[in-house]
Design a protein around this ligand. Structure first.
Ligand SMILES: Nc1ncnc2c1ncn2[C@@H]1O[C@H](COP(=O)(O)OP(=O)(O)O)[C@@H](O)[C@H]1O
Ligand SMILES: [Mg+2]
Length: 338
């Protein structure tokens, strides 16, 4: 039986760009899928297809047991969507935004009011509830956006980069909300470029690049597949980065990564502690002073790098222009409520 979110062979092209090139997904009910990929990989396109905002060229999608192509209205009533294209109306207050969503989903006015109050509390927005959303900070706006997606407690949620650009405190706050949500049985598809976020929240991970699924599994499975340990060295002098890089490449079994600003070099190795001792000797012979050296297991960042050839990085500007998108989104919501 397919899961709460299911896709088979999803294809979506924009002119020459194959944004989705045959994507399969299956998210069991009550679990979190982390959809990862570099910028332009097709994450948002996948979310938009699955949430009826875009019509795929071909393929099949079933969400909450409903055929996305044949029953779009029913699907819209069963899902919540939040994230990159935030659906917040700038000119309404936080409270009005939430009440409006409730009414779009045909809640009685009284029920919509009560639900709004409950969510404002839960999202730490009660104090700002009666100020227009345009006076909110980025973190508050994201919280309002997420709250808006939860007005009707949908069984299936989609979040497109819900914490991009947030400070650590707000990110933690959202993570807590998300965890509570999932423990209540919600199925969630989450896109993110923060691999720590996927590590933290997702049961399963799917990595996409150029519209293709290039890997899937649990975080641990992906790390195990990426294999082996890493030697990580922090050199004392910036000028020694290049030479240290040569040394590490000599011992390494894969691509060297260098973080210039922290003077940290990392390379995958096999050979454990014995090899580490050899690396230390060789660095010493070359007169390279080190601040820190160690062996560590691969992180999800290593997995991402080895799969996509990119270091995961968030480009803030990709999250821009929420206002325009929000207007479009509202139009959509109104249609959805019909
Ligand atoms: N409306 C659109 N018109 C033209 N190209 C688009 C459109 N939406 C997305 N694309 C292209 O499709 C690809 C995937 O984009 P997207 O799904 O936004 O990636 P991601 O969310 O992973 O960064 C990119 O090459 C992007 O430029
Ligand atoms: Mg995107």
């Amino acid at each position: 039986m397919p899961g709460a979110i299911y896709a088979e062979g999803l294809v979506k092209t924009f002119g020459d760009v194959r944004a989705l090139d045959g994507v399969d997904l299956d998210v069991p009910e009550g679990t979190v899928l982390g959809l990862l990929g570099p910028n332009g990989a097709g994450k948002t396109t996948a979310v938009r297809c699955l949430t009826t905002l875009l019509q795929p060229d071909s393929g099949k999608a079933v969400v909450a047991g409903l055929d996305v192509l044949k029953q779009p209205n029913e699907v819209r009533r069963s899902i919540g969507l939040s994230g990159q294209f935030a659906a917040v109306d700038e000119y309404l207050t936080g409270r009005e935004n939430l009440q409006m969503v409730g009414q779009l989903y045909q809640m009685k006015a009284k029920a919509a009011k009560a639900r709004a109050a409950e969510l404002l509390d839960q999202f730490d927005l009660a104090d700002a509830a009666d100020r227009p959303a345009k006076t909110y900070s980025g973190g508050m706006r994201r919280r309002l956006d997420l709250a808006a997606a939860l007005v009707v407690s949908p069984p299936v949620m989609f979040m497109d980069e819900p914490t991009t650009g947030l400070d650590p405190r707000n990110r933690q706050l959202l993570w807590d909300v998300i965890k509570r949500l999932v423990s209540g049985g919600t199925t969630l598809l989450l896109t993110t470029q923060y691999l720590e976020e996927a590590d933290h929240l997702a049961h399963d991970i799917v990595v996409v690049d150029h519209g293709h699924v290039i890997a899937r599994g649990t975080s641990d499975e992906l790390k195990a597949r990426t294999g082996g340990e890493r030697v990580e060295v922090v050199v004392h002098e910036r000028e020694h980065i290049a030479t240290a890089g040569e040394v590490l490449t000599g011992f390494g079994k894969g691509e060297l990564t260098v973080e210039e600003h922290t003077r940290k070099l990392t390379v995958p190795v096999t050979g454990g502690a014995k090899l580490l001792a050899e690396v230390i000797r060789e660095l010493d012979v070359r007169g390279i002073e080190i601040d820190d050296i160690g062996l560590r297991r691969p992180t999800l960042d290593d997995v991402f790098l080895s799969l996509t050839g990119h270091v995961a990085e968030v480009k803030e500007e990709d999250n821009g222009a929420p206002e325009k998108a929000a207007a479009k989104d509202r139009r959509h919501k109104k249609e959805a409520a019909k």
